[in-house]
Design a protein around this ligand. Structure first.
Ligand SMILES: CC(C)(COP(=O)(O)OP(=O)(O)OC[C@H]1O[C@@H](n2cnc3c(N)ncnc32)[C@H](O)[C@@H]1OP(=O)(O)O)[C@@H](O)C(=O)NCCC(=O)NCCS
Length: 210
């Protein structure tokens, strides 16, 4: 079994650690986190060090693959980490065994897909995307790099979601919609029109609020 390290020892990092281990896909061996004390133990998992220690940790064979547990509040940092580390450490792709991902889909590196997600034919999930429990992504849709999907997001067919987007819980995006980079969508939002500029959108139908 591969040894997995997680960058970020907060709530999201701990959830990833739980699912990756409980699903018997990885041995979760440690966290890297700038705000946790090195060599302390969080939920039985050691804090190896800070983010700057990831490359050395790999060289010293502490882990085989790494994944990012930095969530929707810091998507720019999530991108920066992935971009700076992808050439020097191998990223894991974690897809919980309860998911249905059609064999025609393409799923990138650093992607984390939580339990109960369904992704239909020809969908593309690009690098470093995080997909929370119970999301549904219909055929031919594309989720761009570093984007975060909250639980139970419903995305219809031929949708393009941009980079570093934060899509709120239980939101719905109808078919053939393009969502720009750096868009945040509030809980329960229904997107029926193209979203061409970054910012925060809420409501049904969705409206730009800032
Ligand atoms: C959209 C969101 C981020 C806005 O939070 P905020 O910056 O604190 O904004 P406010 O609460 O000040 O709301 C601003 C306005 O938008 C409205 N609004 C906020 N969220 C809304 C939502 N989900 N649906 C409809 N309207 C919403 C508010 O009623 C308010 O309207 P008003 O100006 O007419 O009074 C938050 O409400 C939200 O929906 N978060 C998603 C949570 C989520 O998905 N969590 C899962 C994490 S895994």
């Amino acid at each position: 079994m591969k040894k997995l390290a997680i960058i970020g020892a907060g709530d999201l990092g701990q959830q990833i650690a739980y699912h990756a281990a409980q699903d018997n896909q990885f041995e979760v061996v440690g966290f890297f986190d700038d705000f946790a004390t090195p060599n302390t133990i969080i939920n039985q998992i050691k804090v190896f060090g800070k983010v700057e220690d990831v490359e050395n940790g790999f060289t010293n064979k502490l882990f085989d693959e790494v994944i990012i547990g930095i969530g929707y509040k810091h998507l720019g940092f999530r991108e920066k980490l992935y971009t700076s580390l992808k050439a020097v450490v191998p990223f894991a792709t974690f897809i919980h065994s309860s998911c249905y991902i059609d064999a025609s889909c393409v799923v990138g590196s650093g992607v984390c897909i939580f339990p109960g997600v369904i992704i239909d034919q020809q969908a593309i999930i690009k690098d470093n995307v995080f997909i929370n429990i119970s999301c549904t992504i219909a055929h031919d849709s594309i989720i761009a790099q570093h984007t975060f999907l909250s639980p139970r997001v419903a995305i219809a067919g031929f949708v393009n979601i941009g980079k570093r987007c934060n899509i709120g819980i239980n939101s719905t995006i109808i078919d053939n919609i393009n969502v720009a980079d750096d868009v945040q969508i509030g809980a329960g939002t229904v997107v029926i029109n193209q979203i061409e500029k970054s910012g925060l959108y809420v409501g049904n139908p969705s409206r730009f609020i800032r």
